[in-house]
Design a protein around this ligand. Structure first.
Ligand code: PA5
Length: 448
């Protein structure tokens, strides 16, 4: 049987000194013991580490039941959340359901991930005449963006179905005992699902946070957890020669130390676009601290070869690429011969589009590494719920170890609070009066 995932470093290794490569195993050993013995920074948030084996089976059953109920009662599910409370589900649904579907049993739509009034107004307009349900997801239960969106959709549900029926259409995923959302859910009697205390938002896709909307979209979450479990069993070895997740973590740190400031997630499959967004949050929020860390970006090829491709090939030599390359396409299109070869494509007769896409990958890999852009290549056997689960766990464990190699706490995100404090003060939230004065004075000074 073909393995789910394998990492290839031959297009990156020439950019790393042999001594540095040899020396990093010792650091990996140290980071490994921090991760597995729970002695590193932020160790109270390591619940994701054993999750594929130790998840709450009762909660899992309830998730499956609720997903079936949602599919019976609604044509649209509005998933309300931001950051780790939405990106995992969005990534899975984009990857594992058809992009263009004439008929969908249930359409999953997202809200609360921005504060655009046009986005929200259009979404309200789009769903208001359809049967819909809401899954509001917030670990803290106090995040502004989802809280505002929830107010709006709760009211819409109550107006449409009446207060009692609206309650049957609201599914809440939040902390098990605290937060405004928990109190509201208890008071109103909404169905609730738990974000475990020891799992941070960006590591929570394999909890109810991701699993409920993913299952509601019709994706096999049993298989997804099996894929995560395969990865869980596989990425336990200390030795980077035997553990692709840790080899990936080691290589990205070595490249970073070699003055590569940017890591670009690349794929040739547009269905992975939101997976890249999830990946960016995972690594960006975990490592971008103490004025350190790789800046994580993403591109979809060959689309972006016609835009960013120029910079990657010829711009500043500050980046490397991590390519997730899908081996087997579930469908393919054969290029036919035309009587008159006006576009000059007859030389491709009988070749598949996937074959052409793979040649674009091979050609780009060589061009970029010749252009001094190192490439790490992750081969993913196929796109399934199983491989999604595997890939998620691969990056999670790589990220945990990578953060420790970098010397930061990969499980906090204090930097995110800075904008919130200012926004609250400028909005006039009680308790922020002094800060508001300071900020207004600063603004007046800057605006002359
Ligand atoms: O990774 C994280 O913890 C954050 O990005 C959160 O997921 C995000 O801020 C949303 O938080 P909450 O679920 O508390 O609304």
């Amino acid at each position: 049987m073909k393995q789910t995932l394998s990492l290839h470093i031959s297009h990156a290794l020439p950019f790393v000194s042999a001594e540095a490569y040899k020396a990093i195993q010792k650091e990996v050993n140290h980071a490994y013991s921090e991760l597995f013995n729970g002695t590193g920074k932020g160790s109270e948030f390591l619940g994701w580490l054993d999750l594929p084996k130790q998840y709450d089976k009762e909660e899992f059953k309830r998730i499956l039941q609720a997903s079936r109920q949602i599919r019976r009662q609604a044509k649209r599910l509005i998933v309300i959340g931001i950051g780790g409370s939405y990106l995992g589900a969005k990534a899975a649904i984009e990857l594992l359901t058809p992009t263009f579907a004439k008929k969908r049993k249930l359409e999953v739509l997202f809200a609360g991930q921005n504060m655009s009034s046009s986005y929200l107004a259009e979404l309200v307009e789009y769903v208001k005449d359809q049967d819909f349900a809401v899954n509001v997801i917030s670990k803290s239960g106090t995040t502004t963006e989802p809280a505002i969106a929830f107010r709006i959709f709760k009211k819409l549900l109550e107006e449409k179905y009446g207060i009692e029926e609206a309650k049957n259409r609201i599914y809440v995923t939040t902390d098990k005992s605290k937060g405004a959302l928990r109190s509201l859910a208890l008071e109103q009697g909404y169905a609730t699902f738990v974000v475990p205390d020891n799992i941070g938002g960006r590591y929570s896709v394999l909890t109810a946070v991701g699993l409920l909307p993913i299952a509601a979209a019709g994706i096999d979450i049993v298989d997804m957890m099996r894929g995560a479990k395969e990865a869980y069993k596989l990425y336990k070895q200390k030795d980077i020669r035997k553990n692709d997740a840790f080899l990936y973590a080691a290589m990205r740190n070595l490249l970073y130390r070699g003055n590569k400031a940017i890591e670009m997630f690349v794929s040739y499959e547009p269905k992975l676009t939101y997976f890249a967004e999830w990946w960016k949050q995972l690594f960006g929020e975990s490592e971008g601290k103490d004025h350190q860390g790789l800046f994580v970006a993403s591109a979809n090829f060959s689309t972006d070869l016609h835009s960013l491709g120029q910079y990657i090939q010829d711009g500043r030599r500050i980046m490397f690429e991590t390519v997730v390359q899908v081996q087997n396409s579930p469908v393919d299109i054969v290029i036919q011969k035309e009587a008159q070869d006006l576009d000059g494509l007859n030389y491709l007769e009988g070749k598949t589009l996937d074959y052409v896409n793979k040649k674009a990958f091979e050609g780009t890999l060589l061009a970029h590494s010749d252009g001094l852009v190192p490439n790490l290549v992750i081969e993913l056997n196929e796109i399934t719920a199983f491989s999604f689960g595997h890939l998620v766990y691969f990056f999670e464990i790589a990220c945990g170890l990578s953060g420790y190699l970098l010397g930061v706490n990969p499980f906090d995100q204090e930097g995110v609070e800075a904008y919130k404090k200012n926004m609250f003060a400028l909005l006039g939230k009680p308790g922020y009066e002094t800060l508001k004065k300071e900020l207004l004075a600063k603004l007046a000074q800057k605006n002359g």
